[in-house]
Ligand binder design. Sequence first.
Ligand SMILES: NC(=O)c1ccc[n+]([C@@H]2O[C@H](COP(=O)([O-])OP(=O)(O)OC[C@H]3O[C@@H](n4cnc5c(N)ncnc54)[C@H](O)[C@@H]3O)[C@@H](O)[C@H]2O)c1
Length: 284
Amino acid sequence: MEIKKVGVVGSGTMGSGIAIASARAGYETVVSEASEELLKKGLDSISRWLSKRIEKGKLTEEDKNQILSNVKGATDLADLGDCQIIIEAVFENLALKKEIFKKLDEICIPETILASNTSVLSIIDIAVATKRPEKVIGMHFFNPAQTMKLLEIIRSIVTNDETFETVVAFGKLLGKEPVSSLDRCGFIVNRLMFPYWLEAIRALEGGVATVEDIDKAMMQGVGLPMGPFTLMDFSGLDVTLDVANALYEEYKDKKYAPPILLKKMVAAGHLGRKTSKGFYDYKK
Ligand SMILES: NC(=O)c1ccc[n+]([C@@H]2O[C@H](COP(=O)([O-])OP(=O)(O)OC[C@H]3O[C@@H](n4cnc5c(N)ncnc54)[C@H](O)[C@@H]3O)[C@@H](O)[C@H]2O)c1
């Protein structure tokens, strides 16, 4: 199936980035939000990002106008009804995602593929809210979605080959490098990265080394661009705790158990960059 029109549900951090990637690849892209106010916020953030690219000399004013002309906003999901693919990027809440997939299933043409950008929820749990579970799939973009190349594509146990192949081809046309994962919590990246992140916190709790020295060791010893504490602060410690809890819930393996320090920091509201305090202090 040829994809011509793309729907994106949610224009927060991920939805706005996915919309940029889609519009930049030349697709007519409809972004839906819960209210006019939130939609304006999302569309403004898209425009701001494109302007910054112009300032950096990576884009021309003409490119920006071309990309923006491919983006339309909506507050009614019915405006997405004739899209060939819709990527959902709303809050990480199973009940909300199921409600949206149920509505999309009712209003969309039979060909529409319904994708979720969920980080830890099970694709089959979302798919069963629809009458087209074989056309439901995971498309897990990485933040910022408009620049990060990796795209994890997740088939549930009932996703059909045609849906999978269409989404792989579409991902490549967005300029992404698709990898395929089974519908298992954490997919590939979070499943492998979380034991390392959580072990870094346990090493800190155990007095093995300081935040700064653990970050420095992993950057200079392993060649990583960022140490674990810098990256966790960037992602948000609340999100880190949610993902660790979901992994632990699924596998019941103590390597995924959230360390006490992480729980206490989240309880204290020390969530990383977004609250100016996490493992590092950003108030200075
Ligand atoms: N932030 C990340 O680093 C990251 C990375 C990969 C995947 N994800 C996943 O992507 C999804 C979105 O995360 P985010 O960080 O962009 O969240 P976010 O809070 O920045 O954005 C979510 C957006 O969804 C909107 N929304 C809520 N209900 C809606 C509805 N009924 N209709 C339309 N829009 C609605 C909200 O108004 C909000 O703007 C989550 O499932 C998350 O787990 C996040």
